[in-house]
Design a protein around this ligand. Structure first.
Ligand SMILES: N[C@@H](CCC(=O)N[C@@H](CS)C(=O)NCC(=O)O)C(=O)O
Length: 122
């Protein structure tokens, strides 16, 4: 169910690769203007309020997170993209810049994260 006049609120951390992935999806799909953004740069004056707001809903906030309906929060960039692609009828396969980013830098980063975890585990 949708709430009239409600604009989804995207909580974003500056420099976060997964926030950029979600933002690229919104931008290339032509949806960015339908969202309110609440962004912070780590260490700036906005961070504490954003973390406090999300901390009421998640033990450990992660970014991106979206308030998809009043008081209803969703996170995980893949889940968010699937949610809004379905809601707005977006064919993600046609978003060429988004696709390049996900298959290039994001895939590489996931690979590096896995390798680091393996090295830490000894
Ligand atoms: N699998 C998550 C990864 C999100 C993620 O790890 N975001 C980092 C920032 S790049 C985060 O929220 N870290 C915790 C923090 O900054 O407090 C997604 O795709 O959304």
């Amino acid at each position: 169910m949708t709430t009239p006049d409600f604009r989804p609120i995207a909580y974003m951390k500056d420099g976060c690769p997964w926030c950029l992935k979600f933002r690229l999806f919104l931008l290339e799909a032509g949806l960015l203007g339908q969202f309110d953004l609440r962004e912070f740069v780590p260490g700036d004056a906005r961070e504490e309020a954003i973390r406090a707001e999300l901390g009421a809903h998640f033990e450990k906030p992660t970014f991106p997170t979206v308030q998809i309906a009043p008081g209803e929060f969703m996170r995980e960039s893949d889940d968010l993209i699937a949610h809004y692609a379905a809601q707005f009828g977006v064919d993600v396969g046609h978003l060429l810049v988004f696709d390049q980013y996900v298959r290039g830098p994001i895939a590489r980063m996931a690979q590096l994260r896995a390798e680091i975890a393996q090295l830490k585990a000894g």
